[in-house]
Structures are given as structure tokens and as C-alpha cells.
Design a protein around this ligand. Structure first.
Ligand code: TXA
Ligand code: MG
Length: 308
């Protein structure tokens, strides 16, 4: 476990304008003081992230969240009460105190209270909201361990807090409440669970919104290993030497990895498995296409993006 001293050091780094990588329940984040534009600029630099990609601002309390949003609609109230702390990001009209660089100039901000004791203690101790994208290079796989962060970003990060492997394993659900509720990125908190609480939610990509990047998580190629990844059905593998991730349909491959049948367990293992296979130098990574069921939607989304 992480000592109190280390958390205090990390909090001091954040307050001084530095960058701290920290675990959340989804993936590791690369954090900076959300109100310090210069510190946030270093995040973009380090990741090689385009400036039109807004960052999620992480909070440790509802009061902190209220202070960063211009309005706090009833839907936000209900969702936060039910799912925070947890893997749900709420996009709301932003308070003018948040620097433009954080929100890519949008008049909204993505807010999330992560369900991880280290993340929460870090934010509380720093006493500031923490802007943090996933701690990987732009368009690459998100890190689910501190070792992944070290590999991707190395010495450039001022401090990496190692909290072991993350539990959820894929990035948070992103939901816009700035207008008609709209799903911007599916995650393990499902659209159906959100609709139970607040009524109909528009699916990603089915909007009148003509903004060029309503959510950059919607870039078609994202979350990719360096090895080509393909989705396959009925065990139909390509020629060459590759790795095959299967759930129900085994097949002959140089390397076969059986994945969990339960979506939550599958998600928890997915990036870790892809990181490992990516280092092994295969011609391809073939992934058995998961079922088209609601619980698999976020996983299918990430696999499709990784396949490009
Ligand atoms: O689970 C997660 O969300 C992780 C951990 C670290 O919290 N973070 C993460 O951040 O995945 P990032 O930067 O890799 O992805 C943030 C997503 C992007 O798709 C971005 O477009 C969307 O959130 N987003 C953030 N602010 C937004 C806004 N104001 N409007 C629309 N989309 C926004
Ligand atoms: Mg990311």
C-alpha cells in the first residue's frame, strides 16, 4: 500500500504544477492541477495529445464537482448519488474558472469522482481538482498497471503512484448532460443502467451536434496496440503467427489466450492482455468477437477502435 508520506509528496507535486500518474478503478491517469493551465499544458505535451481533446476533471467530493459546473441538473444529482464514486464521467456546462486548455475551449467540462482510495486521497490532500487523461501516449492502449505507465511515459512523469492493477480495466462511461442526455463513450456503467434513473439517453454518434469533436473518445482509431488487431468470428484466423483471444470458440494459433466469459472480468483483463501480447511480437492479435449484448457494448467499442 501507499504511505501517507508518499501521498503528501504527490499532492505537493500537483500543487507545484507537476504531473502525477495515479491509479483509478478504470485505468491509470496522468494528473495535473485542473486550475493550472501551464501544468495541464505539460500533460498534452507529454502524451502527444492534440489540443482539441478535452480532459476529464477528477474530484473527491460533490462540493468540488458543484464548484466546477455552472449548472447541476437533477439528472446529475441522481447519477452522482447512484454511481459516484465510480466509472461515470458527467459532461456539464463548465464554470469559467476552469482554464480553456482543460476543456479544449468547449463550454462544458467532464467531471468524475473515481472509486479508488489512492485517487481520492490524492485529490483531497492536494485540495484541488485533478485534470487527468489516461496515462498513455495519444491513441495507444490505456495503462492498467504502474509498469504500463513507466513503459509509456517513463521519467517524464514527476511521480507515479503504484496501486497495483486496476479493477474495471477500461475507461469510464462519458455522458453529456449539457443538453439532451447523450452517451459520448460507452463504459462499464451501461446506457441501460443510466436510462433506468434518468430516462432516454441518445446513443453516441446519433446527434445533430455538428461540433467537430463532440468527444475525441469517438475517434475511430484509438486505444490501439502496435500489433494489428482483428475481430474474428467462428475461429477464422488469418495466415501467419499470431495470438488469439477467445471466449467460446477455441482455434489453432501460435498463442491462444482464453478470456473470461463474464464481461466485467473480461474488461478487467483486456488491456493487460493486449499490453502483454503487444510485447511478444506477433504478426497479429485476433480477438473472438464478443456477443452483441448490452453488457458487452463498451468492450466491443474498444475492440472495434483498436481494430481501427
Ligand atoms: O476512466 C477514465 O475516464 C480515465 C481515468 C483516468 O479517469 N480517463 C480517461 O481520460 O479515459 P481520456 O482523456 O483518455 O478520455 C477522456 C474522454 C475523451 O473521450 C474526451 O473526449 C471526453 O472524455 N471528454 C472530456 N471532457 C469532455 C467534454 N467537455 N465534452 C465532451 N467529451 C469530453
Ligand atoms: Mg485516453
Amino acid at each position: 500500500m501507499i504511505s501517507r508520506e508518499l501521498i503528501e509528496r504527490a499532492a505537493a507535486v500537483l500543487r507545484a504544477g507537476g504531473l502525477v500518474a495515479f491509479p483509478t478503478e478504470t485505468v491509470y491517469g496522468l494528473g495535473a492541477n485542473a486550475l493550472d493551465a501551464a501544468a495541464v499544458a505539460r500533460i498534452f505535451e507529454l502524451k502527444g495529445r492534440p489540443f482539441h481533446s478535452p480532459l476529464i476533471v477528477h474530484v473527491a467530493s460533490l462540493e468540488m464537482a458543484h464548484g466546477l459546473a455552472l449548472r447541476w441538473p437533477e439528472a446529475a444529482e441522481k447519477l452522482a448519488a447512484r454511481f459516484w464514486p465510480g466509472p461515470l464521467t458527467l459532461v456539464l456546462p463548465r464554470d469559467p474558472a476552469i482554464p480553456d486548455i482543460v476543456t479544449a475551449g468547449l463550454d462544458t467540462v467532464g467531471l468524475r469522482m473515481p472509486a479508488h482510495p489512492i485517487a481520492l486521497e490524492l485529490i483531497r490532500t492536494a485540495g484541488v481538482a485533478v485534470a487527468a487523461p489516461s496515462a498513455n501516449r495519444f491513441s495507444r492502449l490505456s495503462p492498467t498497471t504502474a509498469a504500463h505507465v513507466r513503459e509509456a511515459l517513463g521519467e517524464a512523469v514527476d511521480l507515479i503512484l503504484d496501486g497495483g492493477a486496476t479493477q474495471v480495466g477500461i475507461e469510464s462511461t462519458v455522458l453529456s448532460l449539457a443538453g439532451t442526455p447523450r452517451l459520448l463513450r460507452p463504459g462499464m456503467i451501461l446506457r441501460e443502467q443510466i436510462e433506468e434513473l434518468i430516462g432516454p439517453v441518445e446513443a453516441a454518434g446519433r446527434s445533430e451536434d455538428r461540433a467537430p469533436h463532440p468527444s475525441p473518445g469517438m475517434h475511430p482509431r484509438h486505444y490501439s496496440p502496435a500489433t494489428p488487431l482483428i475481430l474474428v468470428e467462428n475461429g477464422a484466423l488469418p495466415p501467419g503467427r499470431g495470438a488469439y483471444l477467445w471466449i467460446g470458440r477455441p482455434a489453432q494459433a501460435a498463442r491462444a489466450v482464453r478470456m473470461p466469459e463474464h464481461p466485467a472480468e473480461y474488461a478487467a483483463r483486456l488491456y493487460e492482455t493486449l499490453h502483454t501480447l503487444d510485447r511478444e511480437g506477433w504478426d497479429w492479435i485476433a480477438v473472438e468477437k464478443p456477443p452483441e449484448a448490452p453488457a458487452w457494448t463498451p468492450i466491443l467499442d474498444r475492440l472495434r477502435r483498436a481494430a481501427g
